[in-house]
Design a protein around this ligand. Structure first.
Ligand SMILES: [Mg+2]
Length: 140
């Protein structure tokens, strides 16, 4: 519609975690920070949502049954590539310091890797930075 509505649009965030408590916490936090969160309990659910809705950012857990976080990241890339869409930035949020997993995520272009439990202000800073970088990248 208008330029104004574009600028005030809430960023849509898809957050994936198999832990219900983490999902509820993230959802509240993201809403309070002015984002529009959609929660998924696993990779399969997330991939279904990705195919139907636009998201500005994905936050994913790593250790999940069936489809793990690395597979989610790969699927996001595949989806964006197939749709010829700009790559949706992904933030990893995990409870485990797993260096091989971190390196694999970095190789797939993930810039932010947060450990649970996270500090709220740090988490929000990372979100803002990632969304800003993605928006700037799209202008070039
Ligand atoms: Mg998990």
């Amino acid at each position: 519609m208008t330029e104004h509505s574009e600028h005030t649009r809430k960023n849509k965030i898809l957050a994936i975690d198999d832990d219900g408590l983490v999902r509820r916490t993230l959802e509240l936090l993201l809403k309070e920070a002015g984002y529009e969160p959609t929660m998924a309990a696993g990779g399969q659910e997330a991939l279904g949502l990705l195919a139907r809705q636009h998201f500005d950012l994905v936050i994913t857990d790593i250790r999940m049954p069936e489809i793990d976080g690395l597979q989610v990241i790969q699927a996001v890339h595949d989806y964006c590539g197939q749709m010829k869409k700009p790559l949706i930035p992904v933030i990893v949020l995990t409870a485990y310091k797993d260096e091989p997993v971190r390196q694999a995520a970095v190789r797939m272009g993930v810039k932010e890797f947060l450990l649970k439990p996270f500090k709220m202000d740090e988490f929000l800073k990372v979100l803002e930075r990632t969304l800003r970088d993605a928006a700037n990248g799209r202008l070039h």
